[in-house]
Design a protein around this ligand. Structure first.
Ligand SMILES: C[S@@+](CC[C@H](N)C(=O)[O-])C[C@H]1O[C@@H](n2cnc3c(N)ncnc32)[C@H](O)[C@@H]1O
Length: 313
């Protein structure tokens, strides 16, 4: 029988998973009331939730408990999932799914419930501990693989994913377009994208070319823009970039993705568009260099017409 690991094709150097090796370990708590600290009993679910906190995802556990019932954003992310769930096939059997920035695993769990094999990745061991525990609570550990990985590490994974779930991460990155390029190249069918944005919903096509003297055009509200956050936003130093809506759509297009649906504010369900993808092949060498692969052969496509378009007309 195929193992989850072989289905997800995670290479050996990314197999280090201290979180899931602890799968099956019962969380134990020392009994203090008796004064005998050698006596232990299994922790209650409530105690385990507390010990694993603080939580960003409010999971509704099969036991009836919730992990963050007093979340400042409300019942998060259940209220976001309600906007998205109808857009996806109810049966994801044999779909290979990647959940980037999986946090405590809310979406990984929902997608695994539909039959998908999910690889959930996150940089933060705190959240991976929560996701490991949560997958056990739902009896879904056999369908959910959790790894401590950066989004950029996805370039080193074998194969493609039928669905990539990429919500709430891009604005935390210093290299946002690289992340989208990497994920677009790993998408077989769909990519669900969400990011915090800057204000502005205008969207109209930009000209195919424009003169150096017409740069004023870039100040128009419909021009794709991304605001750089050098300091903090909402007290959080991990925010770097906030694109406007036009910029989100333009970035997705330039990565070879077509927006198929906009289920809610800041959410984009994308499909691979081969024509858009091919349109960017001339720049493949830069992508290869950024992900540490040999790029010299591919650079020919980038430099072959350079002298032509740079010479005076
Ligand atoms: C705002 S939370 C979003 C969580 C979840 N995707 C959602 O939409 O509810 C951002 C998550 O991305 C993770 N993250 C931040 N930078 C990352 C990176 N470079 N690669 C992978 N995950 C990252 C954080 O640890 C955190 O769990």
């Amino acid at each position: 029988m195929l193992s989850l690991r072989s289905i997800l094709s995670v290479p050996n150097d990314l197999l280090h998973s201290p979180y899931q090796r602890r799968n099956g370990d019962k969380m134990l708590r020392k009994l203090s009331m008796t004064g005998d600290s050698s006596i232990v009993r299994p922790m209650t679910i409530q105690e385990e939730i507390k010990q694993l906190g603080p939580w960003f995802h409010n999971l509704h556990l099969p036991s009836g408990e919730q992990t963050a019932p007093n979340h400042t954003l409300g019942d998060f992310p259940a209220f976001k999932w309600r906007d998205l769930q109808a857009l996806l096939p109810a049966d994801l059997t044999n779909w290979r799914v990647l959940d980037v920035g999986c946090n405590a695993g809310y979406y990984s769990i929902e997608l695994a419930k539909r039959g998908a094999y999910v690889l959930g990745i996150d940089v933060d061991p705190h959240y991976l501990r929560q996701a490991t525990w949560a997958a056990q609570q739902f009896g879904l550990s056999y369908r959910i693989e959790l790894r401590q990985m950066q989004v950029y590490d996805v370039a080193r994974l074998d194969g493609e994913f039928d669905l990539i779930w990429y919500m709430g991460v891009l604005y935390h990155l210093r290299y946002p377009l690289l992340s989208l390029d990497i994920l677009a190249q790993k998408t077989r069918r769909l990519l669900m994208f969400q990011t915090l944005t800057m204000p502005g919903q205008e969207d109209q096509p930009t000209p195919p070319d424009f003169s150096l003297d017409d740069r004023e055009e870039m100040l128009a509200p419909h021009w794709p823009k991304m605001a750089f956050i050098e300091k903090r936003m909402a007290g959080d130093p991990t925010n770097w970039w906030a694109p406007n809506h036009a910029c989100v759509e333009a970035m997705l297009r330039s990565c070879g993705l077509r927006v198929a649906a906009r289920p809610a504010h800041e959410m984009y369900l994308c499909e691979v568009d081969e024509q858009l993808r091919q349109g960017q092949q001339w720049n493949q060498s830069e992508y290869l260099s950024a992900v540490g692969l040999a790029w010299q052969e591919a650079v020919g496509a980038k430099v072959k017409d350079k002298n032509h378009y740079m010479s005076p007309r």
